[in-house]
Design a protein around this ligand. Structure first.
Ligand code: AGP
Length: 603
């Protein structure tokens, strides 16, 4: 999932483009490039990071108030200077940057090569530059609209041409694109973080739309060529919300922002005195929620792990079957959903292609969709029937932390609101921010433990019930940023095979927060200790549970006293910190883990 940016206005485009690319780098960091127009087109691109591009960029050569930029997550064509964007046509006067995949690129390439076009890269995107070269009769926007009629797949495109200085042409189909509206200048980006330095007034481009940006203004057309009038929206947060501040990494910042993120997720939704929950803002009502015969949660990665906790909560609250589906499987799995099924889609970005495809499939089969999403104005938020925002604020680090916690909080709120069982869920949740603050106090101890196990090549996480769901998330965190091979298992399942992998010195992380299951989990911990494993355990900070569990562990991470339903949410915090410190101890790039990207906008 690449990041694209574009600028047209009255100031030098280069610094704006580089600033936008720095903000978008979490979307992909294999290569970077810019193209600037000043009577002629100047292109600079390189494999590697935006900082490398910035060091190579000569402002005296890359002059001009019109330009586009790109940071890449490679899909078609290896990571190289040649395959970096922008891609140009044969004349070297027109340049394109793209986020998405052109499915019919091979067919178009053959056709264009037969017409004499010379291709220099292995990417799918380069066909767009040569196709525009064919279609451009002096009106770049018209050529782009025509080109999009020939393309199949997904795209966010930004195009400039030396033949039309002052015009930035953009188009969107199944890939996010936001236009930032300024005075005498406009900026476009793959998400709002790229435009915030210039403006908070934005227009979200919709599927099939094409737009023309000039210093004077923005004109939008729909897929049928009709003019579109749409009021801009105001982004609810400032550019500094995506600044590092005193932190070394965004992941650390976002872990320590969790108390505040949870307060935002609860604000105005839980009555402080009674704990009564109110989610009428979703447009859904409890009676409609309860009218469904079954519930299907669809999501990917960390959001799917939040869904596993959600299944426990919603099934218990509604007494109806709740299943959790991996979105990329759900789509092609002939799912048994219809109008009696509520599909609950969970996503931080709201742009994950697999989750969007699953939602469209569910809706095609008559199942309405409730979205639990963090990014306002995202595709998922716009396509769902009802939306519950997680209000975590912008999440920049590729490894999701505060978004996960606010997703689980949202699921607790939903269960408490839609099918109240009289528990003090609301009152308990109001205690969560202070309990997380207390749990963050474990950081120095977790850092020590991380140093001890950072040399491991294999790690096992175990837990039962909700702890198993959290163990899966904990294992994903350490895998994606420290590259330690880690697997999570239902604690009772180990003895059915995987126990064979436990050998002396192997580290096992055990989660035992559920009082009703801790004796059983203790038995499973004894099984691995008997084979020489070293055990880190996360458990209650108070006895009697602590005095039973702590002696079984080499390292014990005691959680602050809290209502039991909150403990799994607290237990994930030291697990996030463990992954963070292990990755640092191994010298990994915590915020830009290899091969990954923050929002996966292609299937
Ligand atoms: C989590 O740390 C990962 N970045 C990844 O698994 C992520 O959760 C997944 O891609 C889903 O993203 P979404 O929540 O934006 O849909």
């Amino acid at each position: 999932m690449c990041g694209i940016v574009g600028y047209v206005g009255s100031r030098p485009a280069l610094p704006v483009l580089l600033g936008g690319l720095r903000r978008l780098e979490y979307r992909g960091y294999d290569s970077a490039g810019v193209a600037v127009v000043n009577h002629r087109l100047e292109v600079l691109k390189t494999a590697g990071r935006v900082e490398r591009l910035a060091r190579m960029a000569d402002p005296s050569r890359l002059t001009g108030e019109l330009g586009i930029g790109h940071t890449r997550w490679a899909t078609h064509g290896a990571v190289s200077d040649r395959n970096a964007h922008p891609h140009v046509d044969c004349t070297g006067r027109l340049a394109v940057v793209h986020n998405g995949i052109i499915d019919n690129h091979a067919e178009l390439r053959r056709e264009l090569e037969a017409r004499g076009h010379r291709f220099v890269s292995d990417t799918d995107t380069e066909v767009v530059a040569h196709l525009l070269e064919e279609l451009d009769q002096g009106d770049l926007v018209a050529a782009l609209r025509e080109a999009t009629r020939r393309l199949r797949g997904s795209w966010a495109l930004a195009v400039v041409s030396a033949r039309q200085p002052g015009v930035l042409a953009v188009a969107r189909q199944d890939s996010p694109l936001v236009i930032g509206l300024g005075d005498g200048q406009q900026v476009v980006g793959s998400d709002v973080t790229a435009v915030l330095d210039l403006t908070r007034r934005v227009l979200y481009l919709r599927d099939g739309e094409v737009a023309c940006l000039t210093a004077e203004g923005v004109t939008v057309w729909d897929a049928d060529g009709r003019r579109v009038e749409r009021a801009p929206t105001e982004v609810p947060w400032e550019a500094n919300a995506v600044e590092l501040g005193p932190y070394e990494h965004f992941m650390a910042k976002e872990i320590f922002e969790q108390p505040q993120a949870v307060r935002q997720a609860l604000a105005g939704r839980v009555e402080p005195g009674s704990g009564r929950v109110d989610l009428r803002e979703t447009g859904l009502d409890p009676a409609t929620f309860q009218s469904f015969q079954r519930y299907v949660i669809v999501a990917c990665g960390t959001a799917w792990h939040a869904g596993l906790v959600g299944r426990h909560l919603l099934q218990r609250a509604t007494g109806r079957p709740v299943s959790v589906e991996i979105a990329s499987e759900f789509r092609y799995g002939d799912p048994l959903v219809d109008s009696s099924t509520l599909t609950v889609a969970i996503s931080q970005s709201g742009e994950t292609a697999d989750t969007l495809a699953a939602v469209r499939e569910a809706r095609r089969r008559g199942s309405p969709v409730l979205a639990i999403v963090n990014v306002e104005g995202s595709s998922l938020a716009r396509e769902a029937d009802w939306v519950l925002y997680t209000r975590a604020g912008p999440e920049v680090a590729v490894a999701s932390t505060k978004a996960y916690l606010t997703q689980v909080v949202a699921l607790h709120l939903l269960a408490a609101w839609a099918a109240p069982r009289g528990e003090d869920t609301g009152l308990s949740l109001l205690q969560l921010p202070s309990r997380i603050e207390a749990t963050l106090g474990l950081d120095p101890v977790v850092q020590e433990v991380a140093r001890e196990l950072a040399g491991s090549e294999h790690l096992f996480y175990i837990g039962r019930g909700l702890d198993y769901a959290v163990a899966l998330e904990a294992a994903l965190k350490i895998k994606e940023i420290s590259y330690i091979h880690a697997e999570a298992y239902a604690a009772g399942e180990l003895k059915h095979g995987t126990l064979a992998l436990i050998e002396p010195g192997r580290w096992v992380v055990a989660l035992a927060t559920q009082r009703s299951l801790s004796a059983k989990t203790a038995g499973n911990v004894a099984e691995v200790s008997a084979r020489g494993a070293r055990v880190v355990m996360v458990g209650p900070g108070t006895s009697p549970a602590r005095s039973e569990l702590e002696p079984l562990a080499d390292r014990y991470l005691p959680l602050p006293e809290a209502p039991e339903p909150l403990l799994p949410m607290l237990a994930v915090v030291p697990m996030q910190l463990l992954a963070y410190h292990a990755a640092r101890a191994r010298g990994c790039d915590v915020d830009r883990p290899r091969n990954l990207a923050k929002s996966v906008t292609v299937e």
